[in-house]
Write a protein that binds this ligand. Structure first.
Ligand SMILES: [Zn+2]
Length: 99
């Protein structure tokens, strides 16, 4: 999977990159840094899941939602499943937003 150079979450653009062997004992093998505005993903992990996990952290931070690590991860899995199961709806929602 390729990552875009930046992922926009709310008002913040996070620079993205792959980094092997991240220390990820507390959660998914990725890191989001809200202050330095970057997301790093271990390329040897499940990249879509880890990327969505870090995106959900970014959404929770941006919209001031307090999630446990486990809740964050379950939401990330739920969003991925939803998008995979409903790609036409996701595209339709996006098209309607762009109006
Ligand atoms: Zn996490």
């Amino acid at each position: 999977m390729r990552l875009p150079r930046k992922i926009k979450i709310g008002a913040i653009d996070y620079a993205t990159s792959f980094k092997k062997d991240l220390n990820h004992s507390a959660g998914a093998p990725g890191i989001i840094n809200f202050w330095k505005r970057f997301i790093r993903i271990d390329p040897d992990c499940c990249v879509p899941h880890t990327t969505m996990h870090e995106i959900v952290h970014g959404i929770a931070h941006g919209w001031q939602v307090d999630l446990s690590e486990n809740d964050n991860d379950r939401l990330a899995q739920g969003f991925l499943c939803f998008m995979k199961d409903n790609p036409k709806l996701v595209m339709s929602l996006l098209e309607d937003l762009e109006g």
